[in-house]
Design a protein. Structure first.
Lengths: 305, 412
């Protein structure tokens, strides 16, 4: 190693070496940069560009400046979809994180063999695609054939609106999402728990700390970085929810489950208002940056430190 | 099995091939969606190649990308497609953009259509659907419409006649609701509930628009229609406010609903003895009406792009596909395939496998399309959501219609 370094040292001091090295570096990152430009920057740029036009397939594009954005804030259905998205994200995220972390702490307290078997069983919903999960739950929620109504009716609880009532449809979708997404939290949080030194738990036990105090004073503080990553991933996922809602309710009844993504899809592909659809997509991106940007920046800063 | 039958049924073709396989230098590119009947159609197109020597490139793609791809091809004017499969909703914008060829002269030319093509046999409502500004742009090919489907034994046991009017259907639905079931309704927020409303309006001799073409949702007939929808929803099978056509069909298929509104594209499953518990026991009737029977034209046609380099050959193929022989061949292998040809609705062999044909003929004699104006989809999306509120939340029909009128009225 040191011989190689000694041989390279004179090379670096030669004139033009640094320039050549820089050129090589640029050359090597060019394919990746090109790929990012083509698959990320270009479509995003087109979406922003198209959002300033009245744009329908087969029709000429008409520049309307900010009209599509203004229309969004004047459109009651659009605002409803924004509210639905926020409610869905808050409920789903908080339930997923609390249940997922709680389950992973519980699994850690079991013997490794039992814990691993249960973890594998709990992880199964991850293997199911969201659209299939939505179809499974659509039948679970069916008042005629569904398991949920069968259970509720058998214990004497009648009149549950399920997916067919505006007051309960969004909650039903949150439950499906929690079922589908919590296993991911369990797996990641379980991995996070393995790096907490056992000595700390031992010290807490010696100090007489109970389970709750150990959880709040030892486990959660040392799991913070993992939790931040989980909130980022799950939060952004929940905010962009599409397939679950599309499969379960299509946004109904009476727009009570229309999310921003569903609304953007409806505008772009059902109403052929591509420009308006793009504006909604751009607004979704801006909302995501506002909501999760600070967390992302702190997370990046934490990693750098 | 079905595809083999299709080849066997296939007749026609005007080329004399007694001296060996016919030869042709023409290659036609055909665009359609990869949905129902695509496989059967591929078999037909192969048959056409055998009969005429014309080679066919069959570009069947997903519905979601079809319009985009057709538009892209026709807007670049490269002659990428020779024959395209087009629903009524796209024809207006294609014509406005100058993408399609007028077919008026071609349909009169027997050298292109063949001697027995019989243009007059095609249902007038189909011709009207594909006529824009007085010119024909598509050969009507396939149609579907919703009907009332009922269990004949259940109605007989209940002592009820086949419901024809709104009062009849409310009475029958209430009877079955009281018995613990009800009528299966496709009242999920989406296209089905809006489609039904269009049929109900036509059955009440009205529409979404006034005579000058302005949106007119607050007239008393429209309000009455939505009120009827709300009344009927009270007798719906539990949960059917969250159903689309396919779920209604399943409830009928597994004898969970004694009656329901479903669409003709799904009827085959109801009469398939291996898949249905009620095969042979169902009756079919137009959607009950206030004034006269009506149907909804949801259809596809064959159209020729203006930039096609083989327009006459493309038309010959379109005429061949819409000929009685080929339409009967399609309907034989897939009883859910409904032709615009009136003579086939009375064909005894077809009716034996597709008992819904007489009811469809009756409904389509007063067939209407959904609104086709450029802003129509936005309007229908808003209306579907409003109707969903009426049937699930008990929203007031008149208030809902006023709200939709206020938000969408200026677009027409």
């Amino acid at each position: 190693m040191s011989t190689t370094t000694a041989r390279l040292a004179p090379l670096r001091s030669r004139p033009g070496y640094a320039k050549r090295e820089l050129r090589l570096a640029y050359f090597l990152i060019l394919p990746a940069a090109l790929a990012i430009f083509l698959v990320m920057i270009l479509p995003l740029g087109f979406a922003i560009y198209a959002s300033f036009f009245q744009y329908s397939l087969g029709q000429p594009m008409v520049f309307v400046f900010f009209d599509n954005y203004i229309a969004f804030f004047k459109d009651a259905t659009a605002l409803r979809s924004l509210l639905n998205t926020i409610i869905f994200t808050v409920l789903s995220l908080s339930l997923c994180i609390s249940i997922g972390v709680g389950m992973s702490v519980l699994l850690k307290s079991l013997s490794p063999r039992v814990g691993n078997v249960l973890r594998a069983i709990f992880a199964m919903p991850i293997l199911i695609s969201p659209i299939i999960a939505s179809l499974i739950w659509r039948y679970m929620y069916d008042p005629t054939y569904g398991l949920i109504y069968f259970v509720l009716n058998s214990i004497g609880l009648h009149g549950f609106g399920g997916l067919t009532a505006s007051s309960t449809a969004l909650i039903c979708i949150v439950i499906t999402d929690v079922w589908h997404a919590t296993p991911f939290i369990i797996l990641v949080a379980s991995a996070g728990l393995t790096v907490i030194p056992e000595e700390l738990y031992e010290a807490a036990r010696i100090d007489g700390a109970g389970a709750a105090r150990t959880l709040f004073n030892v486990t959660l503080p040392l799991l913070t970085k993992t939790l931040v990553i989980l909130i980022l991933i799950r939060g952004t996922d929940a905010f962009r929810v599409f397939d679950l809602i599309y499969g379960l309710t299509g946004g109904g009844p009476a727009n009570s489950t229309t999310s921003l993504s569903i609304f953007a899809y409806q505008q772009a592909y059902e109403n052929n208002q591509m420009g308006y659809g793009m504006a909604v997509a751009v607004l979704t991106l801006i909302a995501l940056i506002l909501l999760f940007g600070p967390l992302m920046r702190n997370s990046a800063r934490g990693r750098a430190e | 099995m079905a595809l083999t039958g299709l080849t066997a049924c296939s007749t026609g073709g005007s080329t004399d091939n007694s001296s060996g396989p016919p030869q042709s230098n023409v290659t036609l590119t055909v665009s359609r969606w990869s949905g129902p009947q695509a496989d059967e159609q591929k078999v037909l197109l192969d048959q056409y190649t055998k009969e005429t020597g014309v080679k066919i490139q069959f570009d069947a793609i997903d519905y979601a990308q079809l319009q985009q791809k057709q538009t892209l091809n026709m807007s670049t004017k490269t002659g990428g497609y020779d024959l395209i499969y087009v629903p009524e909703g796209w024809v207006g914008s294609y014509v406005k953009s100058g993408y399609l060829t007028k077919l008026d002269d071609m349909v009169k030319d027997a050298t292109l259509t063949g001697a027995n093509w019989d243009y007059a046999d095609i249902q007038q409502s189909g011709i009207d659907t594909y006529t824009v500004d007085g010119s024909l742009y598509g050969l009507p090919y396939f149609v579907q419409t919703p009907l009332l489907v009922y269990d004949k034994d259940a109605l007989k046991t209940a002592g009820l006649a086949v419901p024809k009017t709104w009062a009849d259907i409310l009475k029958a639905a209430k009877y079955f609701k009281d018995q613990g079931t009800g009528i299966a309704l496709p009242f999920r927020q989406g296209t089905a509930i809006g489609n039904l409303m269009a049929v109900l309006l036509a059955g009440d001799s009205t529409s979404f628009f006034d005579k000058s073409g302005k949106l007119d949702l607050t007239n008393s007939k429209v309000v009455d229609t939505v009120q009827f929808i709300q009344d009927l929803s009270k007798y719906g099978l539990e949960g059917s406010n969250g159903w689309h056509w396919d779920e209604v069909n399943k409830a009928l298929q597994f004898a969970q609903a004694p009656m329901g509104f479903t669409t003709s594209g799904l009827f085959s499953a109801l009469e398939d003895p291996s898949a249905s518990q009620v095969a042979g026991k169902l009756g079919y009737a137009p959607i009950p009406y206030a004034d006269k029977a009506a149907g909804l034209i949801q259809s596809w046609s064959w159209a020729i792009p203006a930039d096609s380099k083989n327009q006459q050959e493309a038309f010959k193929l379109g005429a061949w596909l819409t000929s009685k022989e080929q339409q009967k061949a399609m309907a034989t292998v897939d009883p859910g395939f409904i032709s615009f040809r009136q003579s086939l609705a009375d064909d005894k062999a077809l009716v034996a496998n597709a008992p819904w044909l007489p009811a469809i003929k009756e409904a389509l004699s007063n067939g209407v399309t959904l609104p086709l104006q450029p802003a129509a989809t936005e309007f229908m999306t808003a209306l579907d959501a409003g109707l969903s509120g009426v049937v699930t939340n008990g929203d007031d029909p008149k208030t809902m219609l006023q709200t939709v009128q206020a938000s969408e009225g200026s677009k027409f």
